[in-house]
Design a binder for this molecule. Sequence first.
Ligand code: SF4
Length: 205
Amino acid sequence: MSDAGSIPVVETFHSLQGEGHHYGRSAFFIRLAGCNVGCTWCDTKHSWPMANHAKQDVDALALQATQAKDAGAAFVVITGGEPLHHNLQPLTDALDRSCGLPIHLETSGVDQLSGRFDWVTLSPKRHRPPQQALLSRCDELKVVVLDTDDVSFAHAMANDTSTATHLLVQPVWDSETAQELAIHHVKQHPRWRLSLQNHKFLQIR
Ligand code: SF4
């Protein structure tokens, strides 16, 4: 876990948001360490053990975000791992103080929300359902689809979001079956959009 002024970080980088509602936009990413959600398809398993990743000072992270802003980043993305395993208030306070960019969060929603965010992307997992408060709060619901049960799960999750929430399904990378399921779902449900992991197609971070 994090203490007040530091938090374990896997990596920081300035790239394009590769997926979801804001895909294709310039963003500065802070990937936090630690996740106990255990998704079988996870593509960031190296982030799971918190102890493998050094803590960084939140003000130093905010300084990096400010430098990325000067280089063109439009917003900051706090991702993981599962970022909400940590109290994110000190980090978002530091970003608010010195960076001033909108702050986005990508979370599975298994923990309570902490910190202040301009945009919350909730990517709930069937085997670890999210906190109800995050379903009500999220700006974007992005459900990863591997099989038909995930499509049913997407519907159930959407029922608990607000009418303003953007709804997206994202097929598991490299699965034709998942792609077909996601495309079929979007064709039949006009509120839903397809999310693709464009950064993987482009071979960028
Ligand atoms: Fe991986 Fe995210 Fe699932 Fe954690 S919640 S196991 S980081 S996909």
